[in-house]
Design a protein around this ligand. Structure first.
Ligand code: PA5
Length: 414
């Protein structure tokens, strides 16, 4: 099972544990209507229809255009790239492109040029059904499909709420063209629902295993004491780091395929917690890439940072490198290094170096990078973020700041 390791976190005594249990229970009662992300069982029940739709899409089309932003975008891309690799679209088979996350004509044109030469369909994802970036990109694609294909309605798939918003107006009579977003599931917590699962399944992510991992971790949390609960320990560590002046959290990995997972974490924590002035600023770095840029900043810049490393213990893919020919200084007893071993040494060197600038580190540890472990990791982060926000005294499930931007923007373009 996933572990959270912070060697500096001292044991929590009985009384402290009882107090936290009570406090969190009260807050859970308060926010229960927004905690639908915990209902993994419901996602499992709904899976057969989603998988049937996935099969139809894969059979009929060779390009899937996914329109969405924020929580209606990042999760699907995060898991797809983590499992299938950043370069998944270069492999044979169906391609998937994301848009709606910017209003860049350049990006949209690039996508449309590709769509011209393909056999595309579109999945538009928006819980509110009213997000302007999503609607604009959807409208451009919809027009294109209408002009080019008589069966354009069969090429449109919507994931949105059933009651309000403009997106649902484009619902066709086709059975599998519409998936609902449950009221109790908040955008950035929605990747284990239709919102994330449909695009992931189309990209051949094993969503059954993903949900199994999440469910097993959820069940594990039920049986474990609060003082051994990894999500709680991570949340508590963040709070303690913050109280000691560490105001910035950097989530780190040495696998670039996790970049969008880290972006999802940034979105999850910043939208959930960023509601008063004294709060952790979440960000991410990818090593070695960023050791040759931000590494300098961490080494000699302000030391109000703590790093959280994501570590997978086993990686079946491992290149061997003969170091002797490229640099004789290094070889000693380590003449033939594997890249996995080199990565471990890099991380050790990074932690040791950063500690010299009092950058504290802790680790989220998993067995391997596969769907089952990712399911645990996603649920771990969502549970941690909920607890952490509650410990900081903010509502984890609203985003009034984002809504503010959305409403000003709508007024401006009215
Ligand atoms: O987490 C959130 O609620 C937000 O990031 C939303 O996901 C984002 O604003 C997109 O909203 P919608 O799904 O309504 O289009």
């Amino acid at each position: 099972m996933i572990k959270y390791i912070n060697e500096e976190l001292t044991d929590i005594d009985e009384l402290e544990s009882e107090n936290y249990t009570l406090e969190l229970q009260n807050l859970r009662d308060k926010y229960k209507d927004s905690m639908g992300f915990e209902n993994v069982e419901r996602s499992i029940e709904e899976l057969p229809i989603l998988l049937e739709c996935k099969d139809r899409i894969k059979e009929k089309f060779d390009l899937v255009l996914v329109c969405g932003i924020g929580g209606s975008y990042l999760g699907a891309r995060a898991v797809t790239e983590a499992v299938k690799g950043q370069l998944f679209n270069y492999k044979s088979g169906l391609k998937m492109l994301f848009l709606g996350n910017s209003l860049s004509s350049n990006h949209i044109k690039e996508v449309m040029d590709i769509a011209q030469g393909a056999n595309p369909c579109v999945i538009a994802v928006s819980k509110s059904g009213d997000t302007i970036e999503t609607l604009i990109s959807f409208q451009i694609i919809r027009k294109f499909l209408m002009e080019k294909y008589a069966d354009y309605e069969d090429r449109i798939f919507l994931i949105t709420n059933q009651k309000s918003g403009r997106l649902k107006n484009f619902k066709s009579a086709k059975e599998c063209g519409f998936f609902k977003v449950h009221e109790d599931v908040v955008g950035r917590y929605s990747l284990l629902n239709n919102v994330g699962l449909l695009p992931m399944a189309i990209a051949d992510v094993n969503v059954e295993q993903l949900l199994k991992g999440a469910l097993d971790y959820k069940r594990y949390l039920k049986d474990v004491d609060l003082k051994d609960n990894p999500s709680f320990l991570y949340a508590l560590s963040r709070k303690k780091f913050f109280e000691r002046g560490k105001k910035i959290e950097i989530l780190c990995t040495s696998n670039p395929a996790l970049e969008y997972l880290l972006k999802w974490y940034v979105q999850l924590f910043s939208e959930s917690e960023g509601k008063h002035k004294k709060i952790i600023y979440p960000n991410y770095l990818i090593y070695s890439q960023d050791l040759h840029s931000m590494g300098q900043f961490l080494q000699e810049g302000p030391n109000d940072i703590f790093e959280t490393y994501i570590n997978f213990a086993h990686n079946p893919i491992d290149y061997k490198v003969d170091l002797e020919e490229i640099n004789p200084y290094y070889y000693k007893d380590l003449r033939e290094y594997s890249l996995n071993l080199l990565n471990q040494k890099t991380i050790k060197a990074t932690k040791d170096a950063h500690l010299k600038n009092d950058i504290k580190t802790s680790e989220i540890s998993l067995d391997r990078l596969d769907e089952y472990n990712l399911g645990q990791l996603l649920y771990f982060f969502m549970a941690s973020c909920s607890i952490s926000s509650m410990l900081f005294g903010v509502n984890p499930y609203d985003q009034p700041g984002v809504e503010e931007y959305k409403s000003i923007f709508k007024d401006i373009i009215r």
